[in-house]
Design a protein around this ligand. Structure first.
Ligand SMILES: Nc1ncnc2c1ncn2[C@@H]1O[C@H](COP(=O)(O)OP(=O)(O)O)[C@@H](O)[C@H]1O
Ligand SMILES: [Mg+2]
Length: 346
């Protein structure tokens, strides 16, 4: 992993800064938010997608850099332009492990994405934070519906549900997998934002936490499967993410959700120096109101796209419409003003 010192040196030469990211995932919201905070933006785009991004006057970046392959991030140009990169889900997926050594300033702590990439590490993190997780099993322990997951964030693609060891042996040929108990309940994906600078929010040992929204993913075929079942069909359940829907939690659940955010945040400081900025925890709430978590996204999540003008939670912190994208821009602006960018950029 690139040394923090190296990024500090690059940052110390920045006079102003721009915000850059790959045109995908939550980029429209990131560009819009930066525009609202008066920060210039750079969109890294594949030729065939440029037309689309150009068509949104308020969501487009101020400037495009065309690339053939997202693995060829034009590092030197970004540094010359004084860019700070905002990593999002597609960014992490396209750039892969090369992300760790990108010699360009990245918003947040780049070490946190290493913890997101490894499912074992992520479960270690959740467990250390004292959060309930689905039971993890070996093939011979399968005693009911389980979810078999493979490495990498692929938007739920390719995961399978099996009910016995036999079925597992028949359907799973991959070598690397994680078997989780299949949880029944309502999914809720809270969007947190951690700031080490004093302001407002739910107090943690190292700073403050805002809840900027909650969403739920809409997945194919899982979320429409009742139709097929009602017709007597026996379809395989799959989890390819198609989009997101807003969700408001019953207010009595908020306290537990803020505690989940707090312990994940505090644990991140013990494990790797702290998660900075936006993150999300994927949870399932059972009918007994037990909350289980099965994934942490250590960066902005696509679910925040349902709130480009703020959410039913952001209104309790901000009078102005506050998306996660805008919140990031605001944080960077504030840190730059205090000359503390190196505290939240690595
Ligand atoms: N243990 C589980 N029990 C029930 N459903 C699950 C479980 N884990 C994941 N899912 C479902 O599968 C989807 C994709 O899982 P996830 O691990 O978040 O994949 P990805 O890494 O692609 O985000 C979730 O959004 C949820 O609907
Ligand atoms: Mg997920």
């Amino acid at each position: 992993m690139l040394e923090r010192k190296k990024i500090g040196e690059i940052l110390s030469k920045y006079k102003k800064f721009k915000i850059a990211t790959i045109c995908s995932h939550s980029s429209l919201q990131i560009f819009k938010g930066a525009r609202e905070e008066g920060i210039k933006t750079i969109g890294i785009v594949q030729k065939d997608k440029r037309k689309l991004y150009e068509s949104f006057p308020l969501g487009r970046p101020d400037e495009f850099i065309e690339v053939d392959d997202y693995r060829d991030i034009p590092i030197d140009y970004l540094v010359d332009e004084e860019a700070i990169v905002i990593p999002h889900g597609s960014f992490v997926e396209y750039v892969g492990a090369a992300f760790d050594d990108l010699a360009v300033p990245v918003y947040g702590n780049r070490a946190s994405l290493m913890w997101e990439r490894s499912r074992d590490k992520m479960f270690q993190w959740l467990t250390k934070a004292g959060i309930k997780t689905p039971r993890i099993m070996k093939p011979e322990e399968i005693d009911g519906p389980v979810m078999v997951k493979f490495p990498g964030a692929k938007g739920g693609r390719g995961y399978v549900v099996v009910s016995s060891e036999d079925e597992f042996r028949k359907r799973v040929k991959e070598k690397e997998y994680m078997i989780q108990e299949f949880l029944i309940g309502v999914r809720a994906y809270p969007h947190y934002f951690f700031s080490p600078f004093p302001g407002h929010g739910y107090k943690t040992k190292q700073g403050e936490l805002e809840l900027l929204g909650v969403d739920r993913r809409v997945e194919s075929s899982a979320d429409e499967i009742a139709r097929a079942v009602s017709l007597g069909m026996d379809p395989k359940m799959a989890f390819t993410v198609i989009g997101n829907e807003p969700l408001v939690l019953r207010e009595s659940l908020l306290s537990e959700y803020m505690e989940i955010g707090r312990t994940i945040s505090e644990t991140s400081f013990d494990l790797f120096g702290g998660l900075i900025g936006p993150f999300c925890v994927e949870t399932i709430i059972t009918e007994e109101l037990q909350i289980y978590a099965f994934e942490i996204s250590a960066r902005i999540v696509a679910g925040t796209n349902v709130y480009p003008e703020g959410s039913p939670y952001s209104v309790y912190y901000y009078k102005e419409p506050m998306s996660a994208g805008r919140r990031i821009a605001k944080e960077l602006k504030r840190a730059a003003k205090m000359k503390k960018l190196s505290q939240i950029v690595y």
